[in-house]
Design a binder for this molecule. Structure first.
Ligand code: UGA
Length: 433
Protein backbone atom coordinates (compact mmCIF):
# COMPACT_ATOMS: atom_id res chain seq x y z
CA UNK A 1 0.00 0.00 0.00
CA UNK A 2 1.00 3.63 -0.29
CA UNK A 3 0.50 5.56 2.92
CA UNK A 4 1.17 9.07 4.15
CA UNK A 5 1.92 10.27 7.64
CA UNK A 6 1.41 13.93 8.42
CA UNK A 7 3.70 14.76 11.33
CA UNK A 8 7.10 13.30 12.21
CA UNK A 9 7.10 13.35 16.02
CA UNK A 10 7.39 10.19 18.10
CA UNK A 11 4.14 8.72 16.81
CA UNK A 12 4.37 9.84 13.16
CA UNK A 13 8.01 9.03 12.49
CA UNK A 14 8.21 5.76 14.42
CA UNK A 15 5.01 4.35 12.91
CA UNK A 16 6.01 5.56 9.44
CA UNK A 17 9.35 3.73 9.70
CA UNK A 18 7.64 0.58 11.01
CA UNK A 19 5.10 0.55 8.13
CA UNK A 20 7.88 1.24 5.60
CA UNK A 21 9.81 -1.68 7.04
CA UNK A 22 6.80 -3.93 6.30
CA UNK A 23 7.30 -3.08 2.60
CA UNK A 24 4.79 -0.26 2.14
CA UNK A 25 5.64 2.93 0.28
CA UNK A 26 5.49 5.64 2.92
CA UNK A 27 5.39 9.42 2.60
CA UNK A 28 5.99 11.65 5.61
CA UNK A 29 4.83 15.27 5.41
CA UNK A 30 6.25 17.98 7.65
CA UNK A 31 6.10 21.74 7.49
CA UNK A 32 9.66 22.76 8.46
CA UNK A 33 12.02 22.46 5.44
CA UNK A 34 15.12 22.26 7.65
CA UNK A 35 13.68 19.26 9.53
CA UNK A 36 12.58 17.58 6.30
CA UNK A 37 16.15 17.87 4.99
CA UNK A 38 17.56 16.34 8.15
CA UNK A 39 15.08 13.46 7.92
CA UNK A 40 15.93 12.91 4.24
CA UNK A 41 19.57 12.59 5.33
CA UNK A 42 18.76 9.97 7.95
CA UNK A 43 18.70 12.18 11.06
CA UNK A 44 15.53 11.29 13.02
CA UNK A 45 15.73 14.63 14.95
CA UNK A 46 14.44 12.93 18.11
CA UNK A 47 16.42 10.51 20.27
CA UNK A 48 14.73 7.12 20.27
CA UNK A 49 16.67 3.82 20.54
CA UNK A 50 16.85 2.00 17.18
CA UNK A 51 15.05 4.72 15.22
CA UNK A 52 18.06 6.05 13.29
CA UNK A 53 18.94 2.55 12.08
CA UNK A 54 15.34 1.82 11.01
CA UNK A 55 15.11 5.17 9.24
CA UNK A 56 18.39 4.67 7.34
CA UNK A 57 17.42 1.13 6.34
CA UNK A 58 14.14 2.29 4.81
CA UNK A 59 15.64 5.41 3.21
CA UNK A 60 18.22 3.18 1.50
CA UNK A 61 15.46 0.83 0.36
CA UNK A 62 13.61 3.92 -1.01
CA UNK A 63 10.47 2.93 0.91
CA UNK A 64 10.23 6.12 3.01
CA UNK A 65 10.11 9.67 1.56
CA UNK A 66 9.97 13.07 3.25
CA UNK A 67 8.38 16.20 1.84
CA UNK A 68 6.55 19.38 2.75
CA UNK A 69 4.29 19.04 -0.33
CA UNK A 70 0.84 17.49 -0.10
CA UNK A 71 0.01 16.96 -3.78
CA UNK A 72 1.86 13.76 -4.69
CA UNK A 73 1.67 11.92 -1.35
CA UNK A 74 -2.03 12.54 -0.76
CA UNK A 75 -2.89 11.96 -4.42
CA UNK A 76 -1.36 8.50 -4.46
CA UNK A 77 -2.06 7.27 -0.91
CA UNK A 78 -4.51 4.54 0.05
CA UNK A 79 -4.31 5.58 3.71
CA UNK A 80 -3.42 8.97 5.22
CA UNK A 81 -2.54 9.12 8.93
CA UNK A 82 -2.84 12.42 10.75
CA UNK A 83 -0.17 12.35 13.48
CA UNK A 84 0.32 16.01 14.37
CA UNK A 85 0.58 17.42 17.87
CA UNK A 86 -2.43 18.38 20.01
CA UNK A 87 -0.67 20.45 22.69
CA UNK A 88 -2.63 21.82 25.63
CA UNK A 89 -4.02 25.34 25.36
CA UNK A 90 -3.59 27.63 28.38
CA UNK A 91 -6.92 26.37 29.79
CA UNK A 92 -5.91 22.68 29.43
CA UNK A 93 -8.07 21.90 26.38
CA UNK A 94 -6.37 20.09 23.48
CA UNK A 95 -5.40 22.54 20.72
CA UNK A 96 -6.86 21.02 17.54
CA UNK A 97 -5.98 23.84 15.13
CA UNK A 98 -3.20 21.87 13.41
CA UNK A 99 -5.37 18.76 13.09
CA UNK A 100 -8.10 20.74 11.30
CA UNK A 101 -5.62 22.70 9.16
CA UNK A 102 -4.00 19.51 7.83
CA UNK A 103 -7.44 17.92 7.27
CA UNK A 104 -8.23 20.85 4.94
CA UNK A 105 -4.98 20.37 3.03
CA UNK A 106 -5.61 16.63 2.73
CA UNK A 107 -9.10 17.15 1.31
CA UNK A 108 -7.87 19.65 -1.28
CA UNK A 109 -5.30 17.14 -2.56
CA UNK A 110 -7.35 13.94 -2.70
CA UNK A 111 -7.21 12.16 -6.08
CA UNK A 112 -8.02 8.51 -5.47
CA UNK A 113 -11.54 7.19 -5.80
CA UNK A 114 -11.38 6.26 -2.11
CA UNK A 115 -8.85 7.35 0.51
CA UNK A 116 -8.86 6.28 4.16
CA UNK A 117 -8.00 9.15 6.52
CA UNK A 118 -7.07 7.91 9.96
CA UNK A 119 -6.25 10.05 12.96
CA UNK A 120 -3.42 8.90 15.25
CA UNK A 121 -3.24 12.17 17.16
CA UNK A 122 -4.90 12.08 20.60
CA UNK A 123 -8.13 14.02 20.08
CA UNK A 124 -11.30 14.61 22.12
CA UNK A 125 -14.46 12.70 21.34
CA UNK A 126 -16.17 14.15 18.29
CA UNK A 127 -12.99 15.42 16.60
CA UNK A 128 -12.92 12.70 13.93
CA UNK A 129 -16.52 13.49 13.05
CA UNK A 130 -15.43 17.13 12.54
CA UNK A 131 -12.49 15.95 10.42
CA UNK A 132 -14.92 13.96 8.28
CA UNK A 133 -17.07 17.06 7.74
CA UNK A 134 -14.04 19.12 6.65
CA UNK A 135 -12.91 16.40 4.25
CA UNK A 136 -16.33 15.98 2.66
CA UNK A 137 -16.85 19.73 2.30
CA UNK A 138 -13.63 20.45 0.44
CA UNK A 139 -12.80 17.23 -1.48
CA UNK A 140 -12.80 17.14 -5.28
CA UNK A 141 -15.84 15.57 -6.97
CA UNK A 142 -15.51 11.84 -7.73
CA UNK A 143 -13.21 11.29 -4.75
CA UNK A 144 -14.40 9.64 -1.54
CA UNK A 145 -13.01 9.53 1.98
CA UNK A 146 -13.61 7.19 4.88
CA UNK A 147 -12.49 8.36 8.31
CA UNK A 148 -11.06 6.22 11.10
CA UNK A 149 -9.49 6.71 14.50
CA UNK A 150 -6.42 4.55 15.19
CA UNK A 151 -4.97 5.70 18.51
CA UNK A 152 -1.35 4.89 19.25
CA UNK A 153 -0.13 3.39 22.53
CA UNK A 154 3.66 3.53 22.09
CA UNK A 155 5.91 4.84 24.87
CA UNK A 156 8.95 6.98 24.28
CA UNK A 157 12.15 5.02 24.83
CA UNK A 158 10.55 1.74 23.68
CA UNK A 159 8.59 3.17 20.77
CA UNK A 160 9.63 0.69 18.06
CA UNK A 161 9.05 -2.36 20.25
CA UNK A 162 5.67 -0.98 21.37
CA UNK A 163 4.61 -0.28 17.77
CA UNK A 164 5.36 -3.86 16.77
CA UNK A 165 4.04 -5.51 19.93
CA UNK A 166 1.06 -3.52 21.21
CA UNK A 167 -1.41 -5.16 23.61
CA UNK A 168 -4.15 -4.04 21.22
CA UNK A 169 -4.72 -2.39 17.86
CA UNK A 170 -7.75 -0.13 18.05
CA UNK A 171 -9.57 0.72 14.83
CA UNK A 172 -12.60 2.97 15.18
CA UNK A 173 -14.71 3.80 12.17
CA UNK A 174 -18.25 3.85 10.85
CA UNK A 175 -16.96 2.61 7.48
CA UNK A 176 -16.47 -1.12 6.79
CA UNK A 177 -14.11 -0.23 3.95
CA UNK A 178 -11.85 1.74 6.31
CA UNK A 179 -11.93 -1.04 8.90
CA UNK A 180 -10.97 -3.69 6.32
CA UNK A 181 -8.11 -1.69 4.81
CA UNK A 182 -6.71 -0.78 8.23
CA UNK A 183 -6.99 -4.41 9.38
CA UNK A 184 -4.99 -5.42 6.30
CA UNK A 185 -2.36 -2.72 6.92
CA UNK A 186 -1.90 -3.79 10.56
CA UNK A 187 -1.62 -7.52 9.70
CA UNK A 188 2.11 -7.84 10.55
CA UNK A 189 1.55 -6.21 13.96
CA UNK A 190 0.82 -8.28 17.10
CA UNK A 191 -1.93 -7.63 19.63
CA UNK A 192 -5.68 -8.06 19.96
CA UNK A 193 -7.89 -6.21 17.48
CA UNK A 194 -10.51 -3.87 18.87
CA UNK A 195 -12.87 -2.81 16.11
CA UNK A 196 -15.21 -0.12 17.25
CA UNK A 197 -16.92 3.19 16.49
CA UNK A 198 -15.15 6.55 16.17
CA UNK A 199 -16.17 7.99 19.55
CA UNK A 200 -15.17 4.86 21.49
CA UNK A 201 -11.75 4.75 19.81
CA UNK A 202 -11.19 8.40 20.72
CA UNK A 203 -12.15 7.80 24.35
CA UNK A 204 -10.09 4.58 24.63
CA UNK A 205 -6.89 6.58 24.21
CA UNK A 206 -7.72 9.18 26.90
CA UNK A 207 -9.02 6.49 29.24
CA UNK A 208 -5.79 4.46 28.91
CA UNK A 209 -3.51 7.40 29.64
CA UNK A 210 -5.71 8.70 32.47
CA UNK A 211 -5.85 5.22 34.05
CA UNK A 212 -2.05 4.87 33.91
CA UNK A 213 -1.59 8.37 35.38
CA UNK A 214 -4.11 7.44 38.10
CA UNK A 215 -2.10 4.31 38.99
CA UNK A 216 1.06 6.41 39.31
CA UNK A 217 -0.62 9.09 41.43
CA UNK A 218 -2.18 6.38 43.59
CA UNK A 219 1.27 4.83 44.16
CA UNK A 220 2.63 8.28 45.01
CA UNK A 221 -0.22 8.94 47.43
CA UNK A 222 0.54 5.66 49.22
CA UNK A 223 4.22 6.67 49.34
CA UNK A 224 3.18 9.77 51.34
CA UNK A 225 1.37 7.49 53.83
CA UNK A 226 4.47 5.28 54.04
CA UNK A 227 6.79 8.19 54.78
CA UNK A 228 4.55 9.28 57.67
CA UNK A 229 3.95 5.79 59.11
CA UNK A 230 7.28 4.01 58.70
CA UNK A 231 5.90 1.54 56.14
CA UNK A 232 7.97 0.69 53.04
CA UNK A 233 6.15 1.67 49.84
CA UNK A 234 7.94 -0.92 47.71
CA UNK A 235 6.90 -3.74 50.04
CA UNK A 236 3.34 -2.42 50.22
CA UNK A 237 2.98 -2.08 46.45
CA UNK A 238 4.72 -5.39 45.71
CA UNK A 239 2.20 -7.17 47.93
CA UNK A 240 -0.78 -5.20 46.63
CA UNK A 241 0.37 -5.75 43.04
CA UNK A 242 0.30 -9.53 43.50
CA UNK A 243 -3.47 -9.23 43.39
CA UNK A 244 -4.13 -9.95 39.72
CA UNK A 245 -7.04 -7.51 39.76
CA UNK A 246 -4.59 -4.70 40.57
CA UNK A 247 -1.14 -5.63 39.16
CA UNK A 248 2.18 -4.01 40.02
CA UNK A 249 2.96 -2.48 36.63
CA UNK A 250 2.83 1.34 36.35
CA UNK A 251 2.72 1.71 40.12
CA UNK A 252 6.32 2.83 40.59
CA UNK A 253 6.26 5.76 42.99
CA UNK A 254 8.63 8.62 42.27
CA UNK A 255 9.10 12.31 41.71
CA UNK A 256 5.96 12.44 39.54
CA UNK A 257 4.94 11.65 35.98
CA UNK A 258 5.86 13.93 33.09
CA UNK A 259 6.17 13.81 29.31
CA UNK A 260 4.08 15.06 26.45
CA UNK A 261 1.16 12.72 27.13
CA UNK A 262 -0.02 12.08 30.71
CA UNK A 263 -0.03 15.73 31.89
CA UNK A 264 -1.68 16.90 28.66
CA UNK A 265 -4.20 14.07 28.38
CA UNK A 266 -5.34 14.17 32.02
CA UNK A 267 -5.90 17.93 31.63
CA UNK A 268 -7.76 17.45 28.36
CA UNK A 269 -9.99 14.71 29.84
CA UNK A 270 -10.85 17.07 32.71
CA UNK A 271 -11.81 19.73 30.16
CA UNK A 272 -13.90 17.23 28.18
CA UNK A 273 -15.65 16.22 31.43
CA UNK A 274 -16.31 19.83 32.41
CA UNK A 275 -17.81 20.54 28.99
CA UNK A 276 -20.12 17.56 29.57
CA UNK A 277 -21.06 18.84 33.05
CA UNK A 278 -19.40 15.84 34.73
CA UNK A 279 -17.72 15.79 38.13
CA UNK A 280 -13.98 15.47 37.46
CA UNK A 281 -12.86 15.18 41.11
CA UNK A 282 -10.95 11.94 40.56
CA UNK A 283 -8.94 13.32 37.64
CA UNK A 284 -8.35 16.63 39.47
CA UNK A 285 -6.86 14.61 42.34
CA UNK A 286 -4.55 12.69 39.97
CA UNK A 287 -3.08 16.02 38.86
CA UNK A 288 -2.92 17.37 42.39
CA UNK A 289 -1.06 14.32 43.75
CA UNK A 290 1.42 14.58 40.87
CA UNK A 291 2.12 18.20 41.78
CA UNK A 292 2.56 17.24 45.45
CA UNK A 293 4.99 14.42 44.51
CA UNK A 294 7.28 16.94 42.78
CA UNK A 295 6.98 19.49 45.58
CA UNK A 296 7.59 16.90 48.36
CA UNK A 297 10.80 15.72 46.73
CA UNK A 298 12.17 19.23 46.24
CA UNK A 299 11.16 20.12 49.82
CA UNK A 300 13.00 17.04 51.16
CA UNK A 301 16.23 18.24 49.51
CA UNK A 302 15.81 21.84 50.67
CA UNK A 303 15.11 20.76 54.28
CA UNK A 304 18.08 18.40 54.52
CA UNK A 305 20.66 20.52 52.67
CA UNK A 306 20.59 23.58 54.90
CA UNK A 307 23.75 25.59 54.28
CA UNK A 308 25.11 23.09 51.70
CA UNK A 309 24.32 24.58 48.32
CA UNK A 310 26.22 22.44 45.76
CA UNK A 311 24.21 19.57 44.30
CA UNK A 312 24.83 17.06 41.52
CA UNK A 313 21.70 16.20 39.52
CA UNK A 314 21.52 12.95 37.50
CA UNK A 315 18.68 12.52 35.01
CA UNK A 316 16.86 15.39 33.28
CA UNK A 317 14.61 13.70 30.70
CA UNK A 318 11.03 12.87 31.78
CA UNK A 319 11.91 9.15 31.64
CA UNK A 320 14.94 7.05 30.60
CA UNK A 321 15.96 6.43 26.98
CA UNK A 322 14.69 9.70 25.61
CA UNK A 323 15.96 13.26 25.29
CA UNK A 324 12.42 14.59 25.79
CA UNK A 325 12.06 17.07 28.66
CA UNK A 326 8.45 18.13 28.04
CA UNK A 327 6.74 18.44 31.47
CA UNK A 328 9.69 16.54 32.99
CA UNK A 329 9.65 16.57 36.80
CA UNK A 330 13.27 17.79 36.52
CA UNK A 331 12.01 21.18 35.27
CA UNK A 332 10.03 21.72 38.47
CA UNK A 333 12.78 20.43 40.79
CA UNK A 334 15.55 22.43 39.07
CA UNK A 335 13.52 25.65 39.24
CA UNK A 336 12.59 25.06 42.87
CA UNK A 337 16.24 24.46 43.83
CA UNK A 338 17.46 27.46 41.82
CA UNK A 339 14.93 29.65 43.67
CA UNK A 340 16.65 28.49 46.88
CA UNK A 341 20.07 29.53 45.44
CA UNK A 342 21.48 26.03 44.99
CA UNK A 343 24.35 25.58 42.54
CA UNK A 344 23.42 22.63 40.29
CA UNK A 345 25.89 20.40 38.39
CA UNK A 346 23.74 18.42 35.97
CA UNK A 347 24.24 15.27 33.91
CA UNK A 348 21.92 13.33 31.60
CA UNK A 349 22.86 10.76 28.93
CA UNK A 350 20.66 12.43 26.27
CA UNK A 351 18.68 15.47 27.44
CA UNK A 352 21.43 17.92 28.44
CA UNK A 353 21.25 20.07 25.32
CA UNK A 354 17.45 20.40 25.58
CA UNK A 355 17.82 21.48 29.21
CA UNK A 356 20.62 23.87 28.21
CA UNK A 357 18.25 25.54 25.72
CA UNK A 358 15.87 26.31 28.60
CA UNK A 359 18.19 27.00 31.53
CA UNK A 360 21.40 28.23 29.83
CA UNK A 361 24.02 29.47 32.26
CA UNK A 362 21.83 28.90 35.34
CA UNK A 363 23.16 25.32 35.49
CA UNK A 364 26.62 23.71 35.20
CA UNK A 365 26.64 20.97 32.56
CA UNK A 366 28.74 17.78 32.58
CA UNK A 367 29.41 15.02 30.02
CA UNK A 368 30.54 12.63 32.72
CA UNK A 369 28.27 11.69 35.65
CA UNK A 370 31.13 11.40 38.13
CA UNK A 371 32.56 14.80 37.20
CA UNK A 372 29.16 16.30 38.12
CA UNK A 373 29.36 14.60 41.52
CA UNK A 374 32.89 15.81 42.28
CA UNK A 375 32.81 18.54 44.95
CA UNK A 376 29.01 18.42 45.27
CA UNK A 377 27.48 18.05 48.73
CA UNK A 378 24.82 15.56 47.62
CA UNK A 379 23.64 13.59 44.59
CA UNK A 380 20.02 13.88 43.39
CA UNK A 381 18.64 11.24 40.98
CA UNK A 382 15.58 12.31 38.97
CA UNK A 383 15.42 9.74 36.14
CA UNK A 384 16.12 6.01 36.33
CA UNK A 385 18.58 5.61 33.42
CA UNK A 386 20.25 2.17 33.52
CA UNK A 387 23.71 3.68 33.87
CA UNK A 388 22.64 5.21 37.19
CA UNK A 389 21.35 1.87 38.49
CA UNK A 390 24.80 0.36 37.84
CA UNK A 391 26.76 3.36 39.15
CA UNK A 392 29.91 2.85 41.23
CA UNK A 393 28.49 3.84 44.62
CA UNK A 394 31.87 3.69 46.39
CA UNK A 395 33.28 6.11 43.82
CA UNK A 396 30.30 8.44 44.32
CA UNK A 397 30.90 8.38 48.06
CA UNK A 398 34.57 9.23 47.62
CA UNK A 399 33.76 12.15 45.29
CA UNK A 400 30.92 13.73 47.28
CA UNK A 401 31.75 16.26 49.97
CA UNK A 402 29.03 14.67 52.10
CA UNK A 403 27.70 11.13 51.55
CA UNK A 404 24.11 12.17 50.82
CA UNK A 405 21.89 10.77 48.02
CA UNK A 406 18.32 11.79 47.17
CA UNK A 407 16.75 9.15 44.95
CA UNK A 408 13.56 10.27 43.18
CA UNK A 409 13.07 6.88 41.50
CA UNK A 410 13.93 4.34 44.23
CA UNK A 411 16.74 2.78 42.19
CA UNK A 412 19.04 1.94 45.11
CA UNK A 413 18.62 -0.49 47.98
CA UNK A 414 18.35 1.36 51.32
CA UNK A 415 20.18 -1.42 53.23
CA UNK A 416 23.07 -1.32 50.75
CA UNK A 417 23.21 2.48 50.91
CA UNK A 418 23.25 2.36 54.69
CA UNK A 419 26.03 -0.25 54.63
CA UNK A 420 28.09 2.04 52.40
CA UNK A 421 27.62 4.90 54.85
CA UNK A 422 25.26 7.08 52.81
CA UNK A 423 22.49 9.25 54.17
CA UNK A 424 19.95 8.02 51.68
CA UNK A 425 16.57 9.65 51.03
CA UNK A 426 14.15 7.92 48.65
CA UNK A 427 10.39 7.82 48.00
CA UNK A 428 8.00 6.24 50.52
CA UNK A 429 10.81 4.62 52.50
CA UNK A 430 12.47 5.75 55.71
CA UNK A 431 15.72 7.67 55.23
CA UNK A 432 18.89 5.81 56.20
CA UNK A 433 21.46 7.84 58.08
C1 UGA B 1 2.53 7.21 27.59
C2 UGA B 1 1.79 5.87 27.57
O1 UGA B 1 2.46 4.93 28.42
C3 UGA B 1 1.72 5.30 26.15
O2 UGA B 1 0.96 4.09 26.14
C4 UGA B 1 1.05 6.33 25.23
O3 UGA B 1 1.03 5.88 23.88
C5 UGA B 1 1.84 7.64 25.29
O4 UGA B 1 1.89 8.10 26.67
C6 UGA B 1 1.14 8.65 24.41
O5 UGA B 1 0.01 9.03 24.74
O6 UGA B 1 1.65 8.97 23.33
P1 UGA B 1 5.11 7.97 27.57
O7 UGA B 1 4.58 9.28 28.07
O8 UGA B 1 6.01 7.95 26.40
O9 UGA B 1 3.88 6.98 27.19
O10 UGA B 1 5.92 7.26 28.76
P2 UGA B 1 5.52 6.39 30.05
O11 UGA B 1 6.41 5.22 30.10
O12 UGA B 1 4.07 6.12 30.09
O13 UGA B 1 5.92 7.36 31.26
C7 UGA B 1 5.22 8.58 31.51
C8 UGA B 1 5.65 9.17 32.84
O14 UGA B 1 5.18 8.39 33.93
C9 UGA B 1 7.18 9.26 33.03
O15 UGA B 1 7.51 10.50 33.61
C10 UGA B 1 7.50 8.13 33.98
O16 UGA B 1 8.65 8.36 34.76
C11 UGA B 1 6.25 8.11 34.83
N1 UGA B 1 5.99 6.80 35.48
C12 UGA B 1 5.71 5.72 34.74
C13 UGA B 1 6.02 6.72 36.88
O17 UGA B 1 6.28 7.72 37.58
N2 UGA B 1 5.74 5.51 37.46
C14 UGA B 1 5.43 4.40 36.73
O18 UGA B 1 5.17 3.34 37.34
C15 UGA B 1 5.43 4.51 35.35
Amino acid sequence: MTITFIGHGYVGLVTACVFADFGNKVWVIGHTPEKINRLKNGDPIIYEPGLKELLLKNLNAKRIHFTSEYTTPIGESDVVFIAVGTPPKKNGEADLSTVFAVAEKVSQNLEKKITIVSCKSTVPVGTNARIEKILNKLKPKKTHVAVASCPEFLREGTAIYDSLNPDRVVIGSDSDRAKNILMQLHKPIDGKRVITDLASAELIKYTSNAMLATKISFANLISFYCEKTGADVEKVLDAVGLDKRIGRIFMDPGVGYGGSCFPKDVKALIKIGQALNLDTTLLDAVERVNAIAKENFARKIIDVMKGEKNLAIWGLSFKPNTDDIREAPSLFVLNRLLEQKFSLSVYDPAATSNINNLFGSKLIYFDDPYEAVKNSSALVVLTEWNEFKQADLRKIKSLLKKPIVFDGRNIYDPALMKGLGFSYYSIGRQPTR
